[in-house]
Design a protein. Sequence first.
Length: 240
Amino acid sequence: MSPTQRAWHALRNPSRSQAVVAVLLAILGFAAVTQVRSIEADDTYEGRREEDLIEILNGVTGTTDRARREIAQLEQTRRNLETDSNARRAAIEQAEERLETLNILAGLVPVSGPGVRVTITEAETPVRVDRLLDLVQELRTAGAEAIEINDEVRLVAQSSFQEVDGRLEVDGVALDPPYVVEAIGEPNTLEGGVGFPSGPVAALRGEDGADVVIERPAEVVIESVRDLARTDFAEPAQGQ
C-alpha cells in the first residue's frame, strides 16, 4: 500500500488516540477564538487617537468634580439645616423656661420645692404690718422664688399689706393669726436671710413678743395662684 493510500485509510478509519487528539485540538481552537473576541470586546479604547482619549479623560474628570461639588453642597446644606434646627430648638427651650419663670413670679401656677416655713404666733401685742412686710422682703432678697401666707394668698411683686379694723389684710384678703409664711428657695439662705441679729425674726420676737418658729419641710407646696389681670387699654404692637 502506497503512502497516499495509507493516509486516506487513516482519515477514514481513525484510531482512538487520533480521535482524542482531534477533540482536544477543537477545544483549544474554540478557547482561542473566544479569548480573542473577549479582548476585542473589552479593549474599548484600542485604536483611539491620543486627542480622543484626552477628551474622554477630561469629560470623566469633569463629571467627577461636579459630583464632588454637589456632594459638598448637600453636606453643607445638611449641616446648615442641623444648625438651624438646633438653634430653633434652643430658642424654644429658652422661651419655655422663661415663660415658666414668669408664670412662677407672677403667681399664675402652683409650685413646690425646698424652702422654709415661718410660723408667727401673736402674744398679747398684735403683730405689726411692717414687721410681716419686712419678713417677706427679706425672704425675697434671700432668693425666695414663691411665697404664700396662710395657704390663702400668693405674694407677688405688687402685693400690698395693710391693717383694717385691727386685722391684717394682704391683697385685700383678711388674715387671722397665727401667720404661716411659706417660701420656696434654698433653705439655708432663706433662714439666714430672716434669722440674722436685728433681722425681722429678732424684731418679731423681741419687740412684738411673738413666738416665731422656722421649719425646713422636706417639700414646700404652694397651691394658691393669682388671676391674670386683664388689660383694658394695652394690646400687643404689630409684629410682636
